[in-house]
Ligand binder design. Structure first.
Ligand code: EPS
Length: 358
């Protein structure tokens, strides 16, 4: 499976090409709506107020409601672009943004919204992910669900999966929503931004998906998650907590009834164990803030930069569907690769049925 995206935040359109999806998967433009809405700007006061319609057009790869096996091209026309927001910053480099590195690499400044580095690009990842999620669910019963697992210094005080989709925060504990609202309101008023942690879990992943050395499932997931705008760290399972653990604590003991824990995050030796695949990632605080910061202009002279425009005070909040999409795309790719090499099921025993409580 391969996915590529194109377009700029303030250009006429954004799009993607998903190549390698098997034929025969039912697919309609309306199926993209729910996940695109979950990611979209302007759906609450806690995110960017840009209002994009995010209507998908399927240009190719689908005929009479099913995928044909040929490349699927998807297009979204930008309806609320405003490149003049960026006109006045073209002579400077916003601190913490990609302006400086793009300039040094290409020698071109693009007023259409941070060139390719705008988070608008993630819209098409979510669209591509809708196809992967559907194929995984259809073919293997695999489901993918994410949540926000930290905002600034606030962590969930409980976990209720049913709460995740009922607030604009993808937060798993409803009682904390007023606290989060107050925190986000104060943050927005201060003109600053904050980081977040997002956790995504895939259930029902069959044992065996992944490659042992090159193309490890965890390696591919790390690369995929790290390719999302603003991600600065990725953990699989216990991740960096493993640093202070003992081997006796971290290893997931095995019984015929199931693994006794899932510190490994569902992956051993680059290959899925059949347990939930658990990935979490750190989103940096958005660099586009209203508080002036020091920088230089193109002549190298000292200047101050204030980033105006319609920005997210906590970009991690809208990232849950993006992380889900990347997890689904990596899993679909690994599923197809596994199928090509080994077939669907390698008939060996014993088969350990997931995780159990002792
Ligand atoms: C973004 C800045 C804002 C956000 C944008 C991401 O857009 P702009 O200033 O280009 O109008 O609204 O997010 C989206 C447009 C989107 O669809 O997610 C940024 O700095 O990354």
């Amino acid at each position: 499976l391969s996915v590529t995206t194109f377009g700029e935040s303030h250009g006429p359109a954004i799009g993607c090409v998903v190549d390698g999806c098997p034929p025969g998967l039912p697919l309609e433009a309306s199926e993209f709506r729910a996940d695109l809405e979950r990611r979209a700007t302007g759906r609450s006061r806690h995110t960017s107020q840009r209002r994009e319609a995010d209507d998908i057009e399927i240009l190719s790869g689908v005929y009479e409601g099913v995928t044909t096996g040929t490349p699927i091209a998807l297009l979204i026309r930008n309806t609320d672009a405003r490149s003049k927001d960026y006109g006045n910053i073209l002579d400077t480099f916003r601190p913490g943004h990609a302006d400086y590195t793009y300039w040094q690499k290409y020698g071109i400044r693009d007023p259409r919204g941070g060139g390719r580095s705008s988070a608008r690009e993630t819209t098409m990842r979510v669209a591509a992910g809708v196809i992967a999620k559907k194929w995984l669910a259809h073919r293997y019963g695999v489901t993918v669900q994410g949540h926000v697992s930290q905002v600034g210094e606030i962590t969930p005080r409980g976990f209720d999966a049913a709460a995740i989709e009922t607030s604009p925060f993808f937060w798993p504990f409803a009682e904390q929503i007023p606290e989060l609202e107050a925190y986000m309101d104060a943050l927005r008023k201060s003109g600053d931004s904050v980081g977040a942690r997002v956790t995504v879990v895939a259930e029902g992943v069959p044992v065996g998906w992944g490659e042992p050395i090159y193309g490890k499932l965890d390696g591919e997931l790390a690369a995929a998650m790290m390719s999302i705008n603003a991600v600065k760290g990725v953990e699989i399972g216990d991740g960096f907590d493993a640093v202070s653990q003992r081997g006796t604590q971290h290893r997931d003991e095995i019984t015929a009834q199931g693994f006794l824990s899932n510190h490994a995050g569902g992956i051993l030796g680059g290959i899925a164990t059949g347990q939930p695949v658990v990935v979490s990632m750190a989103f940096k605080p958005t660099s586009s803030v209203l508080i002036p910061g020091r920088s230089v202009d193109r002549a190298g002279e000292a200047t101050e930069v204030v980033t105006k425009g319609r920005h997210d005070p906590c970009v991690g909040i809208r990232a849950v569907p993006i992380a889900e999409a990347m997890l689904a795309l990596v899993l679909m790719d690994q599923a197809l690769r596994h199928r090509a090499q080994c077939g669907d099921v390698v008939p060996v025993s014993p088969r350990i049925p997931g995780t159990v409580q002792e």
